[in-house]
Structures are given as C-alpha cells and as structure tokens.
Design a protein. Structure first.
Length: 390
C-alpha cells in the first residue's frame, strides 16, 4: 500500500452498542468481532468491562479468540474500572486499555464539580494505572471538541509523559465544524512537545451530521487513527461511519492515505450489523443504503445507461453492493423504461417506446414505483406498431 496508513479503530461493539435497542449478547458480539477482524480493522473496542458481568465476559472471550487485531476495553479514570478492563483483556494477544476523563469546562464543573488542575492529575494517574497492565494505553479527553486548546495541550502532554501511546480527541457532542476540529488537531501537533510519541485519534459524533467530515479533517491535519462504527451507529445521532471514511480515503487516493479495510466487505458487514442489532439502515445512507446505487430520474438514468461513471463515483461491486438499480417512477425517462422492459425480454422500436411511455406515465403518476409486475402488464396489453426492435 502506498501513502500513510490511517488506523481504523472500530467501536461498533462499544459506542455502537450503546444505542437503545442495539444491545448484543456474548454470542452476537463474538460473531461481529470475528467479522470486523476479517474485514481488516486494526483495533476493535470490544466493550466496557466494568459496566456489566456480561460485557466483561464478552471482552474476555473476544480477547481469547481474536489474534489478528488489537482488542481494546474502555474504562473511566477510575482504578477499579482499569483493573477490571485489564482483567477482561488478560488473554488478548494485543491488549489496549482506553481510559480518560472529561476535559471541557462543562464536564469539569457540571460532571465532576472539580478544577482543571485536579482533572489533569486524574488524567495522569489513570494512564499510570493502565500502564501497569499494558504498554498500549489510549487516553481520551472527553468533550475535547469543546475544550480550550491550551488546556487540552497541557493534558495531552502530561498523559503522553505518563505513558499514553494513543491520544483520542473526541468531539463527544458533535459540536465542531470541520475546520475547527482540524485546527484543534493541528494545534496539538504544533504545541505539544512530545506529540511525536503518540498517535492522535479522531472520535467524532454526528449531532450536526459532521462526524465523517470532522474525522477526515482531523486526518488531513495529522491524526492517524479514526474511531468509527459500521453504519455510523453510536450515542444519539451516532458516530463516524466506518464505510464512509474507508471509501473517502480510497476514492481520494491523491490525499495519500490508505486503510487496511477490504472495501468489498463493507455492504456485507453493514447488513450483518443491521440484522444483528435490528437497526435498519436509512435508504439514502452513503455506501451501504439501499438507494446508494439506485437511479430514478430520467436525466440520471439516461446518462447512467450510456456510461455508469456519469452518475456513479463508486461501482457497487467495489463495496460489495448488489448492483446498480434503475428504478421506475413518474420522473423516469424513456431509456430507463426501454431498459427495464428489455431486461424482462420485451424489446421495442423507438416509436413503440414513445407510445408505451404515455401509458407508463399514467401508471407511474398513480403509484410510487412501477414494479416488474406492472411492466409485464404494460407489455402484455400492448400491440406493437411495427415489428422492428430497438
Ligand atoms: O464520545 C466520547 O467521548 C466517547 C469516549 C468514551 C471515548 O465515546
Ligand atoms: Zn463516543
């Protein structure tokens, strides 16, 4: 692979699983973890072991089974959380403890009733505790998106000195604009003297629909890890969607980045996550939505049928999707109608298509979509004008 690698940290099993109704049992978590390993993610955040005995057991089992990825467990900046996380990870070939604390004024005052100095000390302490169990410690500065850059830089410098090897800069509330998030990452790279000893990670939430844009902006500013979930699942409006960042970096090779994720497995894993979590994917979802490769307006259909690249920047097979679809509605054109009829074995002259199109439009105006059954009815009731086919 050419260029700089962006590590993919998948948190479908932790942040994604926090979505109401998406809770998984141990068997489901293991099944998904194996598939995530298979598609090529680098780090799997398997859970939050102190949160429940079931989650502890899931992280523990996943640690035993997965050998080709780093297995990560979440903890708060609490000694017992960290010890329990370490215990759950004890069989992992490559264990990572993810620990941290809120650093914004809002979190420091409203959540902890504390001060910046006290929080700084707790941050240092939690990293030191975690380092007793593994060399791979990731620190998260929760609500970093709303944390002042100067204080954030002090925290980051101190936790790297204490032994953190990855620094997660979460935009926990999805507040930042892409240029602001990018500037935050650039500020840390330019103002934290020991920043070269750690990887900076983006963890962006989607409250304003900017999670993916913010993560990419972070990478363009120097971050080398993206935390994301399949289908963009996660707290509230969700997290950065794995399939989106993978395809953005693949489509824009000129940017000079790559990931290890196998793009043809993106649609299959999306379906698996949707099925297992019983969470439908919105039809217009980028890369994995059922309409991501559907064309329904006449102008688009005509161009697409002449050359698919006029209206598709990704071929469906590149991302494991079923294929492109020509959907027939009252906005569709003659070429789309002729194409769909031909697929059913009915070929007509241009004049026939013109006549058929009038009947088709009346039918299409009365319903949302003209189906195969409707087309067969249309063709069977039609007497061709001439026998020559188009
Ligand atoms: O959004 C967030 O800040 C988190 C942290 C726990 C990493 O999920
Ligand atoms: Zn999060």
């Amino acid at each position: 692979m050419q260029g700089k690698q962006v590590l993919i940290f998948d948190t479908t099993l932790r942040d994604g699983e926090q979505v109401p109704g998406c809770k998984l049992n141990k068997k489901e978590k293991i099944e998904l973890a194996l598939q995530l390993q298979d598609i090529g993610v680098d780090i799997i955040e398997a859970g939050f072991p102190v949160s429940s005995p079931g989650d502890f057991e899931s992280v523990s089992q996943i640690s035993r089974i997965l050998t080709d990825v780093t297995v990560c467990a979440l903890s708060r900046a609490v000694q017992n959380d960290i010890e329990v996380a370490a215990q759950a990870l004890r069989y992992a070939k490559r264990p990572r403890i993810h620990t941290g604390i809120g650093t914004s004024d809002s979190h420091i005052k409203a959540k902890f009733n504390s001060t910046q100095e006290e929080i700084l000390q707790r941050a240092i302490q939690c990293v030191k505790w975690a380092r007793n169990f593994t060399d791979d410690v990731e620190f998260y500065a929760e609500d970093a998106g709303r944390t002042g850059n100067e204080y954030l830089a002090r925290v980051v410098e101190a936790v790297i000195k204490a032994g953190a090897t990855t620094i997660n800069i979460p935009d926990t509330t999805g507040y930042c604009l892409p240029h602001q998030y990018g500037q935050k990452i650039a500020y840390l790279l330019n103002n934290v003297p020991n920043i070269d000893k750690a990887v900076i990670s983006c963890h962006c939430h989607n409250d304003l629909g900017l999670a993916t844009a913010n993560s990419i902006s972070g990478v363009l500013s120097g971050a080398r890890q993206i935390e994301c979930t399949v289908n963009g699942l996660g707290e509230r409006a969700g997290n950065t969607a794995l399939e989106e960042v993978v395809m953005i970096l693949q489509q824009h090779k000129d940017l000079g980045y790559y990931t290890n994720v196998k793009a043809p497995q993106l649609n299959p894993i999306s379906r698996l996550v949707s099925d297992i979590m019983r969470m439908p994917v919105q039809p217009n979802k980028a890369i994995v939505g059922s309409n991501a490769f559907s064309h329904s307006s006449g102008i688009h259909q005509d161009g697409f049928l002449k050359d698919a690249t006029t209206y598709e920047i990704i071929a469906p097979e590149e991302v494991g999707a079923e294929g492109s679809k020509i959907i027939l509605t009252a906005r569709s054109g003659r070429s789309a109608l002729a194409h769909r009829l031909a697929k059913l074995g009915y070929t007509y002259t241009r004049n026939d298509v013109d006549v058929l199109y009038e009947t088709f439009l009346k039918m299409a105006d009365s319903k949302k979509e003209v189906t195969e059954v409707d087309l067969i009815e249309l063709a069977t009731n039609y007497q061709p004008l001439v026998s020559e086919a188009v």
